[in-house]
Ligand binder design. Structure first.
Ligand code: HEM
Length: 494
């Protein structure tokens, strides 16, 4: 008996010794307030970063330790940050390194903009930024409108049949819009939702989330023996084959995309005809722009944009449509605005810029339901946070907590209330409202996303009245998820 106890104690000591945090990290981390941490496991059993209990744990800790505190997840020091002043300090140019949590995405997204770092990221970001100029976005309006019209046709089947779940339909719509604008290819996920590519995206996202939530599942030999590695390989084959096929076809076509300048003299990638982002990337490859030398560089970027543009838009759009169904007065106000602006003619980019109320509605929906609830970074050097003067040691994981930040009473009075007009005035701090993140690594596709969402919501409201049932229980994964639903019901307007 004694032998067993001694062996167990020795085993526990060995595990602690092997996995204990480095002394400096431990000492500096423990100077920052946070919940009581236990040997080896730290706060794994009394704090959830992700999952259904996440929001409750964050709220309790923020109330007890303030908006910036620390937790130990095993040997990892995690700094939880819901303080605009600290977020601003961390969003400086030097802190652009993504946390290890993103490494699960690496086999899929490669060195695309989301995951790349350092000089490569800087070069790519600089090269791609002009492709999101309004002159380019302007050309995407007909594609977004076409997808919105297909959505209306798909929804026709649902009318008069009670409440139905929204997420899948919106996901297929977002996928179609992004595939056509990024790759110049019609996927038709809405009309063929069980197609190979949409199904592979969904299955790959589930597989990744499993790995992120439980890193042990992703470790070898378990990953291979459990059959997950084989499944991942199979899904990656499908996810790579379509973009590669399109890239090769378009390279042969050698689309004519010319450089241009806008009135202010800024360089803009102008186009002689409607061009997808892929064609602009291929032009950079032909021009030997340093960050886009190889087919893989172009493929990684196309896949990154397909991934980043699809799930985030799905989540934000779904919440926005659901919230409009909950607030009939707001819905009618948006309907009035949209019907005054869209009078018969083909909608244009300028029309959607005039929809200022819808703009505020989307902003408020993203405040309450930010698609990306947590943005994770890693400290590449020690940094002093301005709010409480805490020194964050190099190596710590930094979690910018967008969801609880957006619900802070002192920053957004009556914070649980849906009130689009709170966005009429500047927010209390420039970094208090950050659904698209902030600083140099903010979302490059935010104008694209806002435009796409406006096109879809306006065409939906012109045809239907929306009603929503049930309140939502939301929880954080890579994206904000709902336990059930959301469900909506549609009634034709005329
Ligand atoms: C409402 C929809 C969207 C939301 C809420 C959103 C939100 C975000 C957030 C929070 C980040 C920072 C992620 C991080 O640092 O970990 C991000 C990055 C990014 N987003 Fe979006 N996004 C949306 C739509 C889009 C679209 C439509 C595209 C492209 C077509 C896109 C492309 C990207 C890319 C490439 C990055 C990485 C940027 C970099 O690191 O330089 N996003 N997005």
């Amino acid at each position: 008996m004694y032998m067993i106890l001694i062996t167990l104690a020795l085993g526990a000591f060995m595990i602690w010794w092997l996995f204990r945090p480095e002394k400096r990290l431990r000492e500096m981390g423990n100077k920052i307030p946070g919940p009581k941490a236990y040997p080896i496991v730290g706060n794994i059993f009394n704090f959830n970063l992700y999952g259904i209990n996440g929001p409750k744990d964050w709220k309790e800790c923020i109330e007890k330790y303030g908006p910036t505190f620390r937790v130990w997840l095993g040997p990892q020091l995690h700094i939880i940050i819901a303080e605009p002043e600290d977020i601003q300090a961390l969003s400086s140019k030097t802190l652009i390194t993504k946390s290890d949590a993103y490494s699960a995405l690496q086999p899929w997204l490669g060195t695309g903009l989301l995951l790349s770092t350092g000089e490569l990221w800087q070069r790519r970001r600089k090269a791609i930024t002009p492709t999101f100029h309004f002159k380019i976005l302007d050309q995407f309006v007909p594609t977004f409108s076409k997808c919105a019209n297909t959505l209306l046709k798909v929804l026709k089947d649902k009318v008069g049949k009670g409440f139905f779940p929204l997420t899948h339909i919106i996901s297929d719509c977002a996928l179609d819009s992004v595939a056509e604008t990024v790759m110049g290819t019609e996927l038709n996920a809405m009309t063929n939702p069980i197609g190979e590519y949409p199904t592979a995206i969904e299955r790959m996202t589930l597989l990744l989330m499993e790995k992120i939530k439980n890193p042990l599942l992703g470790m070898e030999p378990h990953y291979t023996l459990s059959g997950r590695r084989k499944k991942e390989k199979h899904l990656l084959n499908i996810l790579f084959s379509l973009p590669l096929e399109v890239i090769r076809k378009k390279e042969i076509e050698n689309i004519d995309v010319r450089d241009d300048s806008d009135a202010s003299g800024d360089a803009v990638l102008g186009v002689k005809r409607k061009a997808a982002l892929l064609e602009l990337l291929l032009k950079m490859k032909r021009d030997k722009v340093p960050a886009f030398q190889t087919e893989k560089d172009v493929k990684d970027e196309v896949i990154t944009f397909m991934f980043e543009g699809h799930d985030t838009t799905t989540s934000s759009l779904t919440f926005a449509i659901w919230i409009l169904g909950k607030h009939q007065d707001v819905q009618e106000e948006v309907y009035r605005e949209v019907s005054e602006i869209l009078v018969g003619q083909e909608p244009t980019y300028e029309d959607f810029q005039k929809m200022t109320y819808l703009d505020r509605v989307l902003k408020e929906s993203m405040r309450l339901y930010p698609a990306v609830p947590i943005v994770a970074r890693q400290a590449t050097h020690d940094v002093v946070l301005p709010h409480n003067g805490y020194t964050i040691p190099k190596g710590a994981y930094l979690n910018v907590m967008i969801y609880p930040l957006h619900r802070r009473e002192d920053l957004f009075p009556d914070s649980e209330k849906f009130n689009p007009d709170r966005h009429l005035k500047p927010h209390k701090h420039a970094y208090a409202y950050i659904p698209f993140s902030a600083g140099p690594r903010n979302c490059i596709g935010q104008k694209f996303a806002m435009l796409n969402m406006k096109v879809i919501i306006s065409s939906l409201l012109l045809s239907y009245k929306i009603e929503s049932n049930d309140d939502l229980i939301v929880y954080p994964e890579l994206l904000l998820r709902t336990k059930k639903g959301p469900y909506i019901r549609l009634t034709p307007r005329n």
